[in-house]
Design a protein around this ligand. Structure first.
Ligand code: ASP
Ligand code: MG
Length: 432
């Protein structure tokens, strides 16, 4: 008998039929003798529709009111899910984020969880009820207002509940089968992973993989929560995301493929078309210029990823500095830099939004040599030009032309021996 937290994404509760299917799954878990706490997302595209509605009413809405509006989506699904469970003869109680004790900071639209006090959830569990919690929302003690955690925040709700209740596992249900070695829509031979380490998962999520939200994975890693990413629409075991010192529960390990037990050097390949590149041309090569440039960029709110500085030309004593950042941050960063051009003393700015970033991630890189050579050879053989390179302990990333990204991902996937025998079944799934 375990305590299991389950999170169901919007696509899993899109309509009445889906809600009943999810209710059945929850009841089955309860019947197996487990305590169940569920975090649920808003039905289907509800959150987008509510945002749309807000924009129609007012071009700019007060963040407080936006959170009041958006948090209602999850309240609809939580109540309907509790009703569906009731009608199957089981006791279920739904709770809003604030009732569940999700205490956050006061940042509307991107609140951070600062404390979880699940007193009412414990009471309900002790009374034998199945607990349903509205995902994506919390409460700030100072302002006494409702907050939301940012898009995709229900994953974080689920993980935070699992941590606070010391659950055995946090199952995150969506419309895809688990974590894949690459996005199956880009790399058809991508394979579902049975297990992945949380540090690898973090790197994949930070570099374009969209199945799990990075904040949820971070929270799980920090608090020692085991995540199991799986599909609502199949009975597969999905993927276990393991933190330090965690092993797959014995009952579950038996059903995993043997291949999962050998440690691969590379866990997966992530692709990201969401980045742009800015090159600052003709920067005086004297101490302090990089500091000036990146202070301006940071103040514009942009999140810089890769940075490359060229060797300066002896004749001019000037150099070029390129960096990448999210496409959505580029315009503001360019404007901020242009405003400081005379002060910093660079010659011009070039903006390039046709880039793609490919990252290879694997904990085995620490102990194996030749991992980067394999990457560069694969790209060379297929004629893909590398524009920038960056590495971390367990990741190598390259920037290539955006048009080359899909092909690059496929050859690299093959080069590391990650290809599955059959093409992955690509659902219309979004991973939500
Ligand atoms: N409903 C929210 C969203 O669509 C939260 C979530 O689905 O996790 O972003
Ligand atoms: Mg959603």
């Amino acid at each position: 008998m375990a305590l299991i937290v389950q999170k169901y994404g919007g696509s899993s509760v899109a309509d009445a039929e889906s809600i009943k299917r999810v209710a059945k799954r929850i009841v089955d878990t309860r019947r197996a003798g487990h305590d169940v706490v569920v975090a649920v997302s808003a039905m289907g595209d509800t959150t987008d529709e509510l945002l749309d509605l807000a924009h129609q009413v007012a071009p700019i809405s007060a963040p407080r009111e936006l959170d009041m509006l958006l948090s209602s989506g999850e309240r609809i699904s939580m109540a309907l899910l509790a009703m569906a469970i009731h009608s199957m003869g089981f006791e279920a109680r739904s709770f809003t984020g604030s009732q569940a004790g999700m205490i956050t900071d006061a940042t509307h639209g991107a609140a951070r969880i600062v404390d979880v006090t699940p007193v009412r959830l414990r009471e309900a569990l002790d009374e034998g009820a199945i607990v349903i919690v509205a995902g994506f929302q919390g409460f700030n003690r100072d302002t006494r207002d409702i907050t939301t955690l940012g898009r995709g925040g229900s994953d974080t709700t689920a993980v935070a509940l699992a941590a606070a209740l010391d659950a055995d596992v946090c199952e995150i249900y969506s419309d895809v089968d688990g974590i894949f070695t690459a996005d199956p829509r880009v790399v058809p031979k991508a394979r579902k992973l049975d297990v992945i380490t949380s540090e690898e998962m973090l790197e994949l999520a930070a570099n374009g993989a969209k199945v799990l939200y990075i904040r949820a994975v971070e929270y799980a890693r920090r608090h020692g929560v085991m995540i199991n990413a799986r599909s609502t629409f199949s009975s597969g075991q999905g993927t276990f995301v393991l933190g330090a010192g965690m092993t797959v529960p014995a009952a579950m390990a038996a059903t995993l493929e043997e291949s999962a037990m050998e440690e691969p050097i590379v866990a997966g390949v992530a692709t990201d078309l969401g980045q742009a590149k800015i090159t600052v041309i003709g920067v005086p090569d004297v101490p302090g210029k990089a500091a000036e440039i990146f202070t301006v960029v940071a103040k514009s709110g942009a999140n810089v990823d890769m940075i490359v500085q060229n060797v300066s030309a002896a004749a001019t004593g000037r150099t070029d500095i390129s960096f990448t950042l999210p496409k959505s941050d580029a315009a503001t960063a360019l404007r901020a830099l242009a405003a400081e051009q005379a002060h910093i003393g660079f010659e011009s700015l070039v903006h390039d939004d046709q880039i793609g970033k490919l990252s290879v991630v694997g904990a085995g890189m620490r102990t194996h040599s030749g991992v980067s050579a394999t990457l560069f050879e694969a790209l060379a053989t297929s004629g893909v030009n590398i524009e920038m390179i960056s590495t971390s302990e367990i990741r190598i990333s390259v920037v290539v032309r955006g048009d080359d990204l899909a092909q690059a991902a496929r050859v690299v996937h093959t080069a590391y021996g990650l290809d599955g025998e059959v093409d992955a079944i690509v659902h219309a799934g979004t991973g939500r």
